[in-house]
Write a protein that binds this ligand. Structure first.
Ligand code: FES
Length: 286
């Protein structure tokens, strides 16, 4: 096996610090409880997880400072110093968004995420020490610390990619779940009382149907955040609250009221026809 993958495999199986990670995760979950903070760090307002966007800033800045340190020569020293400082400043909000995402993970993903965070924190410490060394006239020490930080940063980045593409953290779990194009009967009208909700099958997907008065509202039943079962969620104020991490979706259109979800929940048209509740994919607005 590729040695890097063997190392990741060992990290995924190393459970000795699960208890500590669980306590830290609870503390982070408490800190990001306010809706504004949770939505901001999750990327809810921009409809995309925030952390992968933020990582471009410190990785880009530190990559360029390393290039300038290595082949830039004397004239590029001020630019290299500036890039080291920019990387340090942007690493802080990047870490905050990553911690927010990590607090929702479990098992293998949480273990890989822990090492990812430790690696990136180490890189931050090394680049901070590098900045101090540069400011105090020890340029060669500053360069060496930056080079070490860059190596560790690359390892942290590799683990970040593994979290997304292998552990499927923060991947839209409703991507590819496409419901029926035509009206499809899913349940007898008499089986859904006012105020009740239920999970039903509609073609290749499962849908949460909810009745309020004479209206039927329908959303994909799999939470877009990490696949939580919305049919087990609480209905409150015209929204469904995911039982796993509390993402709150408007039943009317799948819009997100509260993260951590950043992808809207697919919503379906619903009607009663000949005693049957029917659903179909929403038509794109023309
Ligand atoms: S699975 Fe995380 S909020 Fe639904």
């Amino acid at each position: 096996m590729n040695p890097l993958l063997a190392l990741v495999d060992a990290i995924e199986r190393f459970d000795r610090f699960d208890g500590v990670a669980s306590s830290v995760s609870k503390a982070v979950g408490w800190a990001v409880q306010p809706q504004f903070v949770r939505n901001l760090l999750s990327g809810t307002p921009i409809g995309h997880p925030l952390h992968p966007i933020m990582t471009d800033l410190p990785i880009g800045a530190w990559s360029m400072s390393t290039v300038l340190d290595t082949i830039g020569g004397k004239a590029s020293e001020p630019a290299a110093d500036l890039l080291v400082a920019v990387g340090i400043a942007t690493a802080i909000p990047t870490a905050a968004s990553g911690l927010n995402d990590w607090s929702d993970t479990t098992g293998k993903a949480r273990r890989v995420g822990t090492v990812h965070a430790v690696a990136n924190s180490t890189a931050l410490c090394l680049f901070t020490s590098s900045a101090v060394a540069r400011a105090t006239g020890s340029r060669s020490v500053g360069k060496a610390l930056g080079l070490a930080g860059f190596g560790i940063l690359m390892f942290g980045g590799f683990l970040g990619g593994h979290l997304s593409y292998s552990n499927a953290v923060n991947i839209n779990k409703t991507a590819g779940r496409i419901g029926p194009k035509e009206w499809t009967p899913v349940l007898a009208e008499s089986e859904l009382a006012d105020g009740e909700h239920r999970k039903v099958s509609a073609g290749k997907v499962t849908v949460l149907v909810y009745r309020t008065g004479s209206s039927i509202l329908a959303l994909d039943s799999v939470c877009s955040h990490m696949g939580g079962p919305l049919e087990e969620g609480k209905i409150d104020g015209g929204c469904v609250i995911c039982p796993w991490h509390g993402s709150t979706f408007r039943l009317e259109d799948g819009g997100i009221v509260r993260g951590p979800a950043s992808n809207r929940q697919p919503s379906y048209e619903a009607r009663v026809n000949d005693g049957q509740i029917e659903v179909r994919r929403r038509r794109a607005a023309s």
